[in-house]
Design a protein around this ligand. Structure first.
Ligand code: GLU
Length: 304
């Protein structure tokens, strides 16, 4: 199915800590792209894994976005309040015989499976022999079917053979939490998202998300994956890098740095306020200038 005609973009932070520079870059890119196309921009707090979330981090992130001049067009939604939607989607997958229970531990999968681009490839053990009904189990979705292909707005043509590279993947964890891949697909559909602009660390999640969209009869949004920010040690910045939260009291330096990281033309020096910055920046946003970060391209799929 084609994405909705009206542009609706989103920024989907996990409230595991204050907004850091890497997330700011994703927020800036998704906001600029939505506004440049006179579209709507939504914020979704991805707190589906409540064990990883920090109290008050959601409020802090929203306040920081506001200080940076990024205001969402609809009230932010939180995944922790949307469990019924995820249950429905899982039920539909089960009814279509597209999902099955799995009691394999991570360790067991690592020991028996082959390695793909994102870790061990699930060998299908519980697909062949179902675990006893009274045993706690996760749910996996079947990845049968042709290779998944899509054209990324920044990185170009992407293809992945999910069967060879990932295997049947988890949509409901053994602890009962919905897995990111299923929650994000349900939410993007429910919020009628037409365009996803996010970090390149999620590039190889996209084929799994497209597989779920196909199974559930959902629209497939357009995707664009932006270059990640790496710390001085060469690792991707993450929320755990508490040394790099952005400062809502002084937004301009980080806003300028994020714009530069995205390959955009330099703003005049005299811009001192985010609102002035955005008035200048939105008409100048050009996604074709965003550098292509191939670090997260899967080499095997690249060779196809
Ligand atoms: N919640 C994810 C993160 O903070 C982003 C998910 C997405 O944009 O699809 O990395």
């Amino acid at each position: 199915m084609t994405p909705p005609a009206r542009y609706r973009g989103r920024f989907a932070p996990s409230p595991t800590g204050p907004l850091h520079f890497g997330s700011l870059v994703a927020a800036v890119a998704s906001f600029a792209d939505a506004r440049r196309q006179s579209g709507q921009w939504l914020v979704r707090l991805e707190d589906v894994d409540e064990t990883r979330c920090k109290p008050a981090a959601d409020r802090e992130i929203l306040e920081t976005l506001r200080a940076f001049g990024m205001i969402c067009d609809e009230p932010p939604v939180s995944q922790s309040r949307r469990k019924a939607l995820y249950d429905d989607a899982l039920q539909r997958l089960i009814e279509r015989d597209a999902a099955y229970r799995c009691s394999c531990s991570r360790k067991r999968v690592a020991a028996t499976g082959r390695h793909g681009s994102e870790g061990p490839v699930y060998p299908g053990t519980c697909r062949r022999i179902a675990p006893p009904a009274d045993q706690p189990a996760a749910w996996r979705v079947k990845v049968d079917g042709p290779e998944i292909r899509f054209t990324d707005r920044i990185l170009g043509d992407i293809a992945q053979d999910l069967h060879a590279d990932v295997g049947d993947f988890i949509v409901r964890r053994i602890d009962g939490f919905t897995a990111y891949q299923l929650a994000v697909v349900v939410d993007d559909q429910a919020q009628r998202i037409s365009d996803v602009v996010r970090g390149a660390d999620l590039l190889w999640s996209t084929p799994r998300q497209i597989r779920l969209q196909q199974l559930l009869g959902f629209a497939v949004p357009r995707y664009g994956h932006i270059p990640l920010v790496f710390g001085p040690d060469g690792r991707k910045l993450s929320k755990r890098d508490s040394a790099h939260p952005v400062d809502p009291a002084s937004p301009m330096p980080a806003l300028r740095a994020a714009w530069r990281h995205l390959g955009q033309s330099s703003p005049p020096r005299n811009i001192e306020h985010p609102d002035t910055f955005w008035a200048w920046a939105i008409p100048r946003w050009d996604i074709d200038r965003v550098p292509r970060n191939r670090k997260y391209r899967n080499e095997r799929a690249d060779a196809l």
